[in-house]
Structures are given as C-alpha cells and as structure tokens.
Design a protein around this ligand. Structure first.
Ligand SMILES: Nc1ncnc2c1ncn2[C@@H]1O[C@H](COP(=O)(O)OP(=O)(O)OP(=O)(O)O)[C@@H](O)[C@H]1O
Length: 261
C-alpha cells in the first residue's frame, strides 16, 4: 500500500550572494517523503544539506521550486514542521519541564494538560525524574533528549533533524539513535535527517538521499531494506553501508572520487 505523501519538494534551487558574488547552493532538488518514513540526506560538508532543511522548514525561501507539507505550500515556519538542531537550543533559565512546555505555550491548552503532555514526552525519553532540573545540570545526551521531547510534544507532521547527534560521544549517539527509532515507531513521526555520518544515515533510514556538491543536487536515492529493529553488525546493514561507500567512491578499489564526503 502506498503511504500518504507528507512532504513534496519540487525543483528547489537556492543561490546565496556573498561579497557581491552569487553562488548556486542548491539546484533542482526534488523528492517526496511518505507518512511514517525516516529519510536521511547524506553529503559532504558544504554541499547544501542545512540549506535544504531550512527550505523544507520554511526558514528560508527557495529561488525556484516549491515545498508542500500535506499538500499545503510552505511559506514560513509552522507547527507542522519542527526542527531539531545539533546544539539543543534549550533555554538555560527554564527547567527541563519548562523547556518542554515551551513548544506548547501557543496552543490553547489548560496549564494542567500542557504539563501532563510535557511529562508524557519526558517519560518517553526517560527523563521524567529530571523535570525540575536545569539544562546545565544535564549531560549533552540528556539535553538532546529534552530537545527531542520538546519537539515531539508539539506532535508535528514532520520532524527535521540537522545532525542531531553530532555533539555527543559515540556510545551516547548509538543510544540516542535507538531511542529515536523506538519513539518514532510509537509516535509514527515522519522524519527527515541531515547527516554526514554514513552509519547513522543507514542505521536510521528507510531511504538515503546522497547529495553531490557545487551546486547541491540529489545524485542517488537508496532504499535501506534491512529489517527494523536494525542490527549494526547484520549483513543487510553492512551491505547497504558498503553500497553508500561505493556510491561516494570511498572504497579502496575506487578510482579518484567524483564527489566524496
Ligand atoms: N545565509 C547564507 N548566506 C550566504 N551563504 C550561505 C548561507 N547559508 C549557507 N551558505 C553557503 O551555502 C553553502 C552550503 O551551506 P550548508 O550549511 O547548507 O551546507 P551543509 O552541507 O549543511 O554543510 P555542513 O555539513 O558543514 O553543515 C556553503 O557554501 C555556505 O557557505
């Protein structure tokens, strides 16, 4: 059965002018994302991944092309689409609970309901007992969990993640990736994730979009058929990982790279 389309990006192009020079950053980027999918956008530093994410979220306007979420054109940021950044973005003067409630303050919810919903999402990320703590009292991994709870509490149609686990150590990153997959299964959230970590892209995603640079385009799209929950050591996972490395011409036998990460 075909999934309902949540996001449709069509012919997106973006140029930036810096010191009088105009550079094309993205050229003719088109793709679709279905309900409940996790898509990774993988490419080298500077290829335009974050710019693409900003266009999808309505934080920047494309020079050409359109973005639609559930069929509606995106003309600016909205609650349909929440962005989670690498550097958590928590307010240091608010408690953990206060930070999660922040995203709900524009909704006409009674205070008790707002608190109940915020606590429900803190429970999902395993931080119910830290509700009264301040961000500085938490580890980086915990702060990113709070940011995830805050994003999910809004119950967006689409969650955009810009290298969300890049600032934490490898062990914490693996744990957060597993938590994200568990919560995504429970919530059926549609996720688009930008990363330059090949393992992260393959581990988390249903499809990986491989970007080339100058200007940024989508070169290839790979489905990840490995079963979920995934096993980092399983042959299926290693096979897709190897395919990605080959597409980026990063394997030993490969000739000089046409594009690399
Ligand atoms: N607001 C802006 N004004 C001018 N140039 C910009 C702006 N935002 C991004 N750029 C340029 O666009 C290009 C793509 O940047 P972008 O941050 O999208 O790449 P990226 O693939 O996300 O990189 P990284 O992985 O290092 O975060 C870069 O050359 C960057 O300097």
């Amino acid at each position: 059965m075909r999934q309902e389309t949540v996001l449709e990006a069509t012919g997106l192009s973006k140029r930036f002018t810096h010191k009088g020079r105009t550079e094309p950053v993205l050229n003719d980027v088109s793709f679709q994302v279905g309900q409940n999918e996790i898509i990774s956008i993988l490419g080298k530093s500077g290829c335009g991944k974050s710019t693409l994410l900003h266009l999808l979220g309505g934080f920047e306007r494309p020079d050409e092309g359109t973005v639609r979420i559930n069929g509606q054109p995106v003309t600016g940021p909205s609650r349909n689409c929440i962005m989670l950044f690498q550097h958590y973005g928590l307010l240091p003067w608010r408690t953990v609970l206060g930070n999660v409630e922040l995203g709900l303050e524009n909704e006409r919810l009674p205070a008790s309901e707002r608190k109940e919903r915020a606590m429900r999402y803190l429970r999902k990320v395993g931080l119910e007992d830290k509700a009264g703590a301040f961000p500085r009292q938490l580890s980086g991994g915990m702060q990113q969990r709070v940011a995830l709870a805050r994003a999910l509490a809004v119950q967006p149609k689409l969650l955009l993640m810009d290298e969300p686990f890049a600032a934490v150590d490898t062990f914490t990153r693996y744990q957060l990736q597993d938590e994200l997959l568990r919560i995504q299964r429970e919530e059926r959230t549609t996720i688009i994730l930008v990363t330059h970590d090949i393992d992260e892209a393959v581990y988390l995603s249903d499809r990986v979009l491989l970007m080339g640079a100058n200007p940024g385009t989508i070169r290839t799209e790979l489905a990840v058929p490995a079963a979920k929950p995934r096993d980092r050591g399983h042959e299926d996972f290693l096979h897709v990982r190897r395919t990605v490395l080959e597409r980026f011409e990063l394997t030993r036998a490969a000739p000089a790279p046409e594009f690399s990460i």
